[in-house]
Ligand binder design. Structure first.
Ligand SMILES: *Cc1c(COP(=O)(O)O)cnc(C)c1O
Length: 357
């Protein structure tokens, strides 16, 4: 292949996509455009319809996932826009272990008769495909939060498409660096941009990506009328985060893999759950008290919900009443950040040693 036709590598596109045209005196980065309205007769018109800073972010995430990106005020707003695609009374197949907000939203929509949910074990591909019969949408999260189970996305897509169900994948944990669901045939990809894409625990944002023009128009319409638009400043920061996604996640993943080996060898840990990639690790301690003692015993790690920032955080998930009852009481989810591996391990080890086996 000659240089002109060779597609650019993912890590290159994460840096180059969504830049203003390279002309003299143009800024290299799209600035924060603060505007509620624009001069008439162009393409933007009004601040709830479009914003150049969102567009710069959407250009890069769309490029990385392989579709058109529509950004939202939060991950939950993006999830809501995808659930808006389900016709009244339609069925959504969803993982019993998934983001608590997704579960709560589905339960709330079901309670007021808007849709029906069929809960499945996402690792049981045959059961998921069976449940897709007659469903409008199959919702996947892989790896799941916080059980870290994996779905066979390609096989589920084949089965769901055979019975005319759409497939949406919450790709927050993997990011397009590690998993690109549209390449496996998924119709829609959803992100909590808040996590790895933005990467610094300083903003909330969400996104939907789809390669289907009709779905893109409907999701855009949902944002326009729902009004859950991101702020230009957050879009600017999120785009800045995406520029370093590859180096951040590669480093965090390498550290997570080293920590997993040490955690597996520690007598105080009953079980380590790690899907083999990414930088989220769940450890199961003997009970809630031991898990709480770990969370309170660390000093470098920060006890905090959320994940995907440069700083390492941890939390016992069942402290939330909304967490699934099938998640063990002693499960602590670790979000591995960019600190030195040995510093992170020393802190975990002293806290685990204090908890005892
Ligand atoms: C955090 C999260 C969400 C929700 O995103 P917000 O930006 O907090 O609204 C959805 N899915 C997953 C997997 C998440 O981790």
């Amino acid at each position: 292949m000659d240089a002109d036709s060779r597609p650019l590598h993912f890590t290159t596109r994460a840096v180059t996509a969504g830049r203003p045209a390279a002309v003299p005196d143009a800024p290299l980065n799209t600035p924060v455009v603060l505007a509620s309205t624009y001069g008439s007769f162009g393409e933007l018109e009004y601040g709830r319809y479009a914003n150049p800073t969102w567009t710069a972010f959407e250009d890069v995430l769309g490029d990385l996932e392989g579709g058109t990106c529509i950004s939202f005020a939060s991950g939950m707003a993006a999830i809501g826009a995808v659930l808006d695609l389900v016709p009244t009374g339609g069925t959504v197949v969803a993982p019993r272990h998934s983001y608590t907000g997704t579960v709560a939203r589905l339960q709330e929509l079901e309670a007021r008769g808007a849709l029906r949910t069929a809960w499945v074990d996402i690792t049981d591909t045959a059961a998921v495909v069976e449940a897709a019969r007659g469903a409008a949408l199959v919702w996947l999260e892989s790896p799941t939060n916080p059980a870290l189970e994996l779905a066979d996305i390609a096989a589920i897509v084949r089965g769901a498409h055979a019975v005319d169900a759409l497939v949406a994948v919450d790709n927050t944990f993997a990011t397009p660096l590690l998993q690109r669901p549209i390449e496996h045939g998924a119709d829609l990809v959803v992100h909590s941009v808040t996590k790895y894409l933005a990467g610094h625990s300083d903003l909330l944002m969400g996104a939907v990506v789809t390669a289907d023009a009709d779905l893109a128009a409907r999701v855009t319409g949902s944002r326009t009328l729902g009004g859950a638009t991101p702020s230009a400043f957050e879009a600017f920061l999120a785009l800045r985060g995406v520029r370093t996604l590859a180096v951040r996640l590669e480093r965090a993943q390498a550290t997570a893999q080293r920590l997993v080996r040490r955690l597996e060898a520690h007598g105080g840990v009953a079980e380590v759950r790690y899907p083999g990639f990414g930088a989220i690790v769940s450890v199961v301690l003997r009970d809630a008290a031991a898990a709480d003692a770990l969370v309170h015993g660390v000093q470098l790690w920060r006890a905090a919900t959320s994940l995907g920032g440069v700083e390492s955080t941890l939390e016992r998930r069942r402290r939330w009443s909304s967490e699934a009852p099938t998640i063990p009481e002693g499960l602590v989810r670790l979000s591995v950040g960019l600190e030195d591996t040995n510093d992170l391990w020393d802190d975990l080890a002293q806290a685990l040693d204090a908890v005892g086996a």
